[in-house]
Design a protein around this ligand. Structure first.
Ligand code: SAM
Ligand code: SF4
Ligand code: F3S
Length: 444
């Protein structure tokens, strides 16, 4: 009889990709994916360490599972991901209910750990073993068959922004071999994937050298462009410093690269960017923006902002607001600075929480306004939607437009996996709602 496993995934898209690969791996041991958390043989929590109380969230969740199994045999409890990497051994001593702690660069060893697991024996595996990890998974088919699939091409970070844990939890930058990525993409396309989202903590720093060639993300995009069954290409998360001309050029040459550029800036003040050790300026960012919209005026930007970074004055904050007003980002993430253990910024004097909250509300007022305005601009227009799935129990379909907006419309016939034209009737901040357009041709 097959054993049941469930993975709860927190954090970024890279964790989602990792969780899928864990499923691919444990399947070989006879584990079957289950949604029923009450009857599991193995429970995996794939964690994120980026902000606030990450650690506490983990113990809270494990406490929840512990309650579910109070009267029953407990499943094997695995904590994976970035908190596992940061806390390692300490987690096992603090919460004896946890059996295995496994880091983001060592989860290829999960089968070996589960196979040899003996009740009561605690296991910790947090080596940075990125090359072996990808070698292992290169020999294990990616069975993901979603319409939109993630594909990790690069891992880790060498940039060490003062606020960020990623270089410590994911380790140094590593780029996968070009041909291995393409083989995995081909497999995904064969499985039915129509959109590939290339992933990396610094995805546009991708650089794989083979003989005399240095393969960049632009080479991957150009290659993916040639697969007729693949309809859309995206990538995330990129860094302004690695936004090179060859990548910018792709927005001219590629028909499949979507016109939404997610490019985190963090702050609109050069003083703060310097304190953050971001290694780019506001002027450099604006230069990239201007180059891109010159190539294609339909391009829109989204970004990440850290509010109330230590040292941020009212003036610095206003510079961030000015940038938001200039670029009119259509969809962004904004969070108050959260001191992370082990990072340079963790011991700096923090800005008063009341001021921080006021600034967050202020920036979000603008970000949400521009987001809604952009959404409203689609009303009564036809938008090209890649249909991803049916919304369970609602007889409606879900897809995304080119700018990643959720689009929800009446279920007609089976459009899943197809590009359809949807006439937008009404919108809210996050989603667009409409009907299949009468002339269901490809729209802009
Ligand atoms: N590599 C990307 C870049 O350089 O922009 C970002 C990756 S990070 C996983 C995602 C986002 O988390 C960052 O862009 C930043 O806005 C946010 N973040 C990271 N550390 C943070 C902290 N200590 N407090 C608040 N937000 C943070
Ligand atoms: Fe973190 Fe900076 Fe690296 Fe992005 S570039 S992952 S924000 S250290
Ligand atoms: Fe979180 Fe690790 Fe991703 S800290 S954002 S899961 S790289």
């Amino acid at each position: 009889m097959s054993k049941k496993i469930f993975i709860k995934t927190l954090g970024c898209q890279m964790n989602e990709y990792d969780s899928n690969r864990i499923y691919d791996s444990v399947k070989r041991l006879g584990f079957e994916k289950s949604q029923d958390q009450n009857n599991l043989d193995c429970y995996v929590l794939n964690t994120c360490h980026i902000r606030d109380k990450a650690k506490e969230k983990v113990y809270h969740d494990i406490g929840r599972v512990k309650k579910l199994y109070k009267e029953k045999n407990k499943p094997i409890i695995v904590v994976a991901g970035c908190v596992a990497q940061a806390e390692n051994q300490e987690m096992l001593s603090r919460e004896p209910y946890i059996d295995i702690v496994i880091g983001p660069q060592s989860y290829h060893k999960i089968n070996e750990k589960l196979k040899n697991f003996i009740k009561g024996n605690k296991i910790e595996e947090t080596e940075f073993d990125t090359v072996s990890k990808f070698n292992y998974f290169d020999n294990l088919e990616n069975e993901n068959n979603k319409i939109s699939s993630y594909l990790t091409i690069q891992e880790g970070c060498d940039k060490f922004c003062s606020f960020c844990v990623v270089p410590y939890t994911r380790g140094p930058e590593y780029s996968r071999p070009f041909n291995k990525i393409i083989s995995e993409a081909e497999k995904l396309i064969k499985n039915g994937t129509k959109e590939i989202i290339l992933l990396g903590q610094n995805v546009n720093a991708y650089s794989f050298k083979e003989k005399t060639k240095d393969y960049r993300i632009s080479d991957l995009i150009n290659k993916l462009e040639t697969y007729s069954e693949l309809k859309r290409i995206r990538y995330t998360t990129s860094h302004p410093r690695d936004m090179t001309d060859d990548l910018i050029e792709c927005y001219l040459t590629s028909k499949k690269l979507m016109p939404l550029v997610h490019l985190p800036i963090q702050s609109g003040s050069n003083k703060i960017l310097k304190l953050m050790n971001r290694k780019h300026t506001v002027e450099k960012y604006i230069e990239i923006y201007e180059k891109l919209i010159k190539i294609n005026p339909k391009i829109e930007f989204s970004s990440d902002f850290i509010i109330a970074y230590p040292g941020e004055t009212e003036n610095d904050f206003n510079e961030t607001l000015n940038l938001v007003k200039k670029i009119r980002f259509i969809n962004s993430f904004s969070f108050i600075f959260s001191p992370r253990p082990g990072t340079v910024a963790s011991n700096l004097d923090q800005i008063d929480n009341k001021i921080a909250k006021e600034r967050l509300l202020k920036i979000q007022e603008y970000l949400f306004k521009f987001q809604l305005k952009k959404n409203e601009s689609f009303i009564n227009k036809s938008v090209d939607v890649l249909v991803e799935n049916e919304i369970v129990g609602q007889n409606k379909l879900f897809g995304r437009n080119q700018y990643m907006n959720s689009v929800i419309f009446e279920n007609g016939k089976n459009f899943i996996g197809k590009n359809v034209n949807i006439k937008i009737e009404h919108v809210n901040q996050n989603s667009l709602f409409g009907k299949i357009a009468k002339n269901n041709m490809r729209a802009a």
